[in-house]
Design a protein around this ligand. Structure first.
Ligand code: ADP
Length: 676
């Protein structure tokens, strides 16, 4: 009750900014309870019973006084009516016990319904998020998603279990109390109702001010932590010292700190004042009842007192049943308003469309018959917010004429940095990789290599054109079967915090131990696994055993060997491995490439040399294609790249940070790995 009104002030702030009409939101929220109608009805029934029964005892007090303790006849006091008193007391105790028991039952039913609704909501949300495309996840902070799934759903839990029932209970308490009061004495009821607006006014006002101060204090706290974070970090400290601004920072801090301290004092004082006001109401209200009763009695002329003793006693009890629900409702309405904002955040997610879904007539990829011919036909692709935001029409720009030499370091001769905003991430790309071929995609950082690799297994859908698998648009296949046919080895190997076995079996849940070991052997990682403390049962991943870069890559390769996809997309890691690891990874890769179509984002010279076809990509466009020898002979972009990045074959690979990884002399044209 105390802070109830306090939140009131924030009502305007928290009100959803008219985007979703509240009524719709309420309807959506109510729809969550559709499957629980019986439960909700039971709860409502029990709440009405308990709240209504609460008024019986105060009314009985009047009867106890006037009929049992001090019975009168014609104004003459009679002896105590013991048999009646016993019955009344038994009823009073009985009612307390019964309402207590009903209260427990009500809590159980409420929690059951509430928790089931939460459970269903979390499931729905998780399932929905699982179906979202990569586009959504690249555009949303992980913390945000997690927070909606846990905090927001958790935040509305109390509204579902407590707030709604408390609202109903308050209404019933209020109404039943009013009826009982009117039944006992209209004059005293008028008194109670007369002072109620004053009570509401004070709680509301004090609460509003308190809310404002709380907001200001929150801002001030945020400001202080921003100052601390900015200035007490190593870089901030360095900056302040280098520029001799330390004392200015101290002044800034002192000022904000002083403001916070003052706010805290005001906050505390308003809370205390509100408490005093409420306390005064609760204790002076009975006193006023006596006073008014006195006036009424004094002003009456007749044999019977117009207000009996019992009524006066009962009234003092009933009055608190009037103020309490009012104060509580002030706060509950705010809680509901705040929860609606949380519901809105959850529904926002649930309403987001899935942009990559099976077409109605999608067919499964025939796993056994698939040859693995991959073709890009006039493919255009643009990263935009897709269905998560507005899409703007691109401005047509001429194709780039300047080629940035390969290598991931920017070139100062180039007038347009490669990362500059361009209309299309991929623009009119056409190529075909024949079944069983090894294709290498090369090009500078930001050229669009990764993007192309995402389009093939439909992690993203092309904006224009089509990606064909065995001559059929990948969008005509079912996504699940496409995932079976196409596999990807990404640069970074993601391992779950689970055993090696579970990490491997992710690729093939029904794999036998023999299959696991065979795959691990093929990837040259079996010996390493058995050497671990618990072999295949060793925990790896986030908090488990930390595998080295090369080991992780080989595990990733073993995963793909297990899955045996028809088409493999390989994003070669650019992180430096030592020569031995590099060789092991290379050796693990070789058998993987044979017999399947492989599209490699190539960083290793050996892969490039082994490729049946090389695609040179720059700024989203395909510049050249051909074998290593053909492209060298042509003396175009590729020849330049080859000379710069691999120094004509004398260097094996250049890492992202420009560090050169020498792996001995590699003679141009001599594949270091056999062609697939
Ligand atoms: P590469 O793999 O050749 O280094 P990418 O395919 O990652 O290049 O990127 C191609 C272009 O698309 C770059 O300009 C990059 O900035 C842009 N890009 C990549 N991912 C996204 C994304 N999620 N959202 C928007 N733009 C992106």
């Amino acid at each position: 009750m105390m802070h109830g009104g306090g939140l009131m002030g924030g009502r305007k702030r928290e009100k959803p900014s008219g985007r979703v009409p509240n009524r719709q939101l309420v309807r959506q929220t109510a729809a969550l309870f559709k499957g629980h109608r019986a439960g909700v009805a039971t709860i409502a029934f029990l709440v009405i019973i308990t709240a209504g029964a609460g008024v019986v005892n105060p009314v009985l007090i009047a009867v106890v006084f006037d009929a049992a303790l001090f019975p009168t006849r014609a104004g003459v006091l009679l002896p105590v009516n013991l048999p009646l008193l016993e019955i009344l007391v038994a009823i009073m105790i009985g009612i307390t016990i019964v309402t207590g028991a009903i209260g427990v039952l009500q809590t159980y039913v409420t929690n059951r319904v509430g928790q089931r609704v939460m459970e269903e909501l979390r499931n729905r949300l998780y399932e929905h998020l699982q179906g979202m495309s990569l586009r959504f996840f690249t555009g949303t902070r992980t913390g945000e998603i997690q927070s909606r799934l846990t905090n927001d759903v958790g935040g509305i839990q109390s509204v579902v279990t407590d707030t709604a029932t408390s609202l109903l209970s308050n209404i019933v308490t209020l109404l039943s109390t009013l009826i009982a009061m009117l039944f006992l004495s209209w004059q005293l009821t008028a008194l109670s109702l007369g002072i109620t607006p004053l009570f509401i006014f004070y709680t509301y006002r004090a609460g509003k001010v308190r809310r404002q101060i709380t907001m200001q204090a929150q801002e001030s706290k945020a400001e202080i932590s921003a100052i601390t974070e900015e200035t007490l970090s190593v870089s901030g400290m360095l900056l302040a010292k280098v520029f001799g601004r330390g004392s200015d920072e101290v002044v800034r801090f002192r000022k904000e700190n002083h403001r916070l301290a003052n706010l805290a004092i005001r906050q505390e004082m308003i809370g205390r004042a509100l408490f005093a006001v409420i306390g005064a109401f609760f204790s002076s209200a009975p006193a006023l009842v006596y006073l008014i009763a006195g006036f009424v009695i004094a002003g009456s002329h007749g044999p019977h007192a117009p207000i009996q003793y019992g009524t006066i006693v009962a009234f003092t009890t009933l009055q608190s049943r009037l103020f309490f629900p009012i104060g509580s409702m002030l706060s509950v309405s705010i809680e509901i308003q705040a929860s609606l904002a949380l519901f809105e955040r959850i529904f926002d997610y649930l309403k987001m469309p899935h942009d990559i879904v099976d077409r109605p007539d999608a067919r499964p990829v025939a796993a056994n018959d698939i040859k693995g011919d991959v073709q890009l036909k006039n493919v255009y692709f643009r990263y935009d917010r897709g269905s998560f935001g507005p899409m703007t029409e691109p401005i047509q720009r001429p194709a780039p004429t300047v080629v940035i030499p390969n290598g991931d370091a920017p070139d100062e001769n180039d007038p347009v940095p490669n990362e500059i905003r361009r209309d299309w991430a991929i623009e009119d790309v056409n190529f075909e990789v024949k079944p069983g071929q090894l294709a290498a995609i090369v090009g500078p950082s930001g050229a669009g290599k990764t993007t192309i690799s995402y389009l093939i297994p439909r992690l993203y859908d092309v904006t224009k054109g089509a990606v064909l698998l065995d001559g059929m648009d990948v969008r005509d296949y079912t996504i699940a079967s496409l995932a079976d046919a196409i596999s990807m080895v990404t640069q970074e190997t993601y391992l779950f915090h689970a055993s090696v076995r579970r990490n491997l079996m992710y690729a093939k849940p029904d794999a036998t131990q023999e299959e696991l070991e065979a795959a691990a052997r093929a990837a040259f990682i079996h010996d390493r696994i058995v050497a671990l403390d618990e072999g295949y049962d060793t925990l790896v991943g986030e908090r488990g055993y930390r595998m080295s870069g090369g080991e992780k890559q080989r595990l990733a390769i073993a995963r793909v060997v297990l899955k045996a996809p028809r088409v493999l997309i390989l994003d070669e890691a650019t992180s430096a491995l030592d020569t031995t690891s590099e060789r092991l990874v290379q050796a693990a890769l070789e058998p993987l490439l044979t017999g399947r179509t492989t599209i490699a984002i190539a960083h290793r010279l050996s892969t490039i040399l082994a490729a049946d076809v090389i695609f040179v990509i720059d700024r989203g466009r395909l510049l050249e294609q051909g074998t290593h020898a053909e492209l060298l002979r042509r003396g175009g972009a590729y020849a330049q790249v080859y000379e710069q990045q691999f120094q004509g074959g004398r260097i094996e690979a250049v890492c992202e940070d420009g560090m050169v990884l020498a792996s001995g002399e590699v003679v141009a044209g001599t594949p270091a790995a056999p062609a697939a």
